[in-house]
Design a protein around this ligand. Structure first.
Ligand code: NAD
Ligand code: ZN
Length: 376
């Protein structure tokens, strides 16, 4: 677009021409270190509203019989609610949790603490929002639809890669779509990064969730939205991923570095965007319920045309860790089912635009997407 000088000089047009940059909220408080989980009691003490306003701990039920439970600083009316992380979080699950908490607490909780992976941390974020906002969580799936600040909420990752601990979204499966509640109020008020908590993650889950981080880096660093902010975090996260997945670190170093890779990867996409693997992965998760990390890997292995270096390194990592990705996932799906996945994927406009540029529609077609799905 061309502007004549006299047009640009007017105050009104100067305003219009000013670029608008995102004002991105960051986690204001973070503790890092082995054993730092034990500082939780002191941190929460300062946030307790009254003896009747409890802390609610949403905890991955994989910890049900573990010693971690005895280290949760329960006081007064505090409650632990175990959550199964075998399925991705749903809007109806969030609504049911909120109803249960409102029914059983004398006062609104002082805080929600999510202890687990992306699934439980996302539930904690969503519950904290929905305790203050009316109606069903379905209403808030989208961008900046939340009206009131959430109650105080804390994220404590126990598996690393998604970056859910730093992001301004909580990804929920709704009745018609898998979409995040993206808002400034979603971001955690406090995060505790204790690498010791990653002990005991089964190898496949460690790999798939870790690869989510690796794919965040590749998609961010190869996207058209890239800028120095995203690049600085993305390059650091990618180096850390390479150390963890291709280096020879001891277990403790590997846990600490993966935790920081997840954090930096999350920061990188916060100010850019993910890309094609995520766009197609959403389709797989929506139709077939395949978990986010695995779904990303299933797609990413076939994206050498778009991310040649990233896919070559991914294959090296697969080899090194002797991971056999499941095959024939899409074999036997009907045309209708392919179309559902294609439609979910094509709705992810910002992801495509980041990956392929503003004219992305000329560079990708439903047929091309179907071709990729049919190889999975
Ligand atoms: P997850 O939370 O689903 O957990 C994966 C598995 O690991 C579960 O079986 C869980 O029980 C187990 N597990 C977790 N910690 C463990 C431990 N210390 N020991 C043993 N087992 C453990 O995994 P995830 O990959 O972190 O999260 C996936 C979810 O995150 C998806 O719902 C996805 O949509 C969401 N996500 C959110 C964001 C965001 O920014 N909010 C970003 C990416 C993905
Ligand atoms: Zn992801």
């Amino acid at each position: 677009m061309e502007f004549k000088n006299e047009t640009i000089n007017s105050e009104r047009d100067k305003q219009i021409l000013k670029p608008s940059y995102r004002n991105f909220p960051m986690v204001p408080k973070v503790v890092f270190g082995e054993g730092s989980f034990d500082q939780l009691g002191d941190i929460l003490m300062l946030k307790r509203e009254s003896v009747d306003a409890p802390m609610i701990y949403l905890v991955d039920d994989v910890f049900k019989n573990s010693s971690l439970i005895n280290r949760i600083p329960l006081l007064f009316e505090d409650r632990i609610i175990f959550q199964c992380a075998e399925q991705e979080p749903k809007t109806e699950q969030v609504d049911a949790l909120v109803a249960n908490i409102k029914e059983n607490c004398k006062e609104l909780p002082s805080g929600i603490i999510g202890i687990g992976g992306g699934t439980v941390m996302d539930l904690a974020k969503a519950v904290a929002i929905m305790l203050k906002n009316k109606g069903s969580s379905v209403k808030y799936q989208g961008w900046d639809l939340v009206n009131k600040p959430a109650i105080y909420h804390v994220g404590i990752p126990t598996i690393s890669g998604t970056g859910a601990e730093v992001s301004r979204t909580t990804v929920l499966m709704g009745p018609t779509k898998k979409l995040g509640i993206n808002s400034d109020y979603t971001v955690f008020d406090q995060v505790i990064l204790d690498p010791e908590l990653l002990q005991g993650v089964p190898k496949n889950k460690w790999f798939y969730t870790g690869m989510d981080c690796y794919i965040h880096c590749i998609e961010s660093l190869n996207g058209t939205f890239l800028n120095a902010f995203s690049q600085s975090y993305g390059e650091k996260a990618l180096d850390l991923c390479k150390d963890v997945f291709l280096g020879n670190l001891n277990d403790s170093e590997a846990r600490a570095k993966l935790m920081m890779a997840s954090w930096h990867g999350g920061m990188s996409i916060a100010y850019s965007q993910v890309g094609i693997a995520h766009a197609l992965s959403y389709g797989l998760s929506f139709l077939l319920g395949i978990r986010h990390g695995l779904a990303n890997c299933l797609v990413f292995q076939h994206l050498q045309e778009f991310y040649p270096e990233g896919v070559a390194t991914f294959k090296k990592i697969l080899n090194k860790h002797a991971i056999d990705l499941p095959k024939d996932i899409c074999k036997g799906l009907s045309e209708d089912q392919f179309n559902i996945m294609i439609n979910v994927s094509l709705k992810m406009t910002p992801l495509w635009e980041n990956a392929l540029g503003k004219d992305w529609k000329t560079r990708i077609s439903p047929e091309k997407i179907r071709d990729i799905y049919s190889k999975i």
